[in-house]
Write a protein that binds this ligand. Structure first.
Ligand SMILES: C[S@@+](CC[C@H](N)C(=O)[O-])C[C@H]1O[C@@H](n2cnc3c(N)ncnc32)[C@H](O)[C@@H]1O
Length: 218
């Protein structure tokens, strides 16, 4: 049974303004984020289109845009999108669901998804990876992040607002096995310790997963 999408959407609608205030510009305080986003931009170069899935207020979208990537953002929460559009009027943002993407097969060059799977059950994580795999072009790159662990944290308050939602942590073994099941062959998972005083103190992981290029037999 999945965590209800409308509960996730409602929660982000409720905290959108506070979230934007808290997380805009966060990459400036996180050197590993910067290194990883620079690497992504160097690997994508001029390929397009690139999407930020679960973009929230658009801080990652903006960071990549400033590195020269032509990128758009997609999110479930209309209020998050309002924040993103207000803060970054030069970037295109649209509503969408990463569990059922309205994109053609093999149609996008790259996708990033920073902490977009944090409310998903294990089944929903696998579904997300399958969707990302489906829409990526051969050779396309999927970069995403998650909190490492096995726990689920139920929150009834977030950024000063009353909410009721689960935050999920995942083991790297679980993420690796879902990537394999989804068809990704070339994957790299980079783990790091938390930045104390800067973020919630959980261990984090960044994942680069590339959709294989199918070679025609001679
Ligand atoms: C933890 S926030 C991360 C936001 C931003 N990427 C960041 O790093 O701060 C999770 C975001 O994913 C979005 N989200 C959750 N489920 C989604 C879904 N099924 N489709 C699209 N966006 C989703 C939420 O609305 C929220 O903006």
């Amino acid at each position: 049974m999945g965590q209800e999408l409308n509960n996730i959407e409602r929660m982000y609608d409720t905290v959108a303004q506070e979230y934007a205030e808290a997380f805009s510009g966060e990459h400036d305080k996180k050197p590993k984020d910067q290194e990883i986003l620079h690497r992504f931009s160097q690997e994508i170069v001029e390929r397009r289109p690139v999407w930020d899935f679960g973009c929230g207020p658009g801080q990652t979208t903006e960071y990549l845009k400033n590195l020269g990537i032509q990128i758009s953002g997609l999110d479930l929460s209309e209020k998050m999108l309002e924040q993103a559009r207000t803060i970054h009027p030069e970037i295109h943002f649209r509503k969408g669901n990463i569990l059922e993407l309205e994109f053609e097969n093999d149609s996008i060059a790259g996708a990033v998804a920073f902490y977009a799977i944090v409310h998903f059950t294990k089944e929903q994580v696998l579904k997300t990876f399958r969707e990302a795999f489906r829409v990526l072009q051969p050779g396309g790159i999927f970069l995403f992040t998650y909190h490492i662990g096995e726990e689920t944290i139920r929150l009834d308050e977030f950024l000063g607002k009353k909410i009721d939602i689960d935050f999920m942590f995942f083991t790297t073994d679980f993420i690796s096995s879902c990537l394999k099941k989804s068809g990704f062959e070339k994957t790299e998972i980079i783990e790091r310790e938390p930045y104390p005083g800067v973020e919630y103190e959980s261990r984090r992981a960044y994942v680069f997963a590339t959709k294989p290029v199918v070679r025609k037999s001679p």
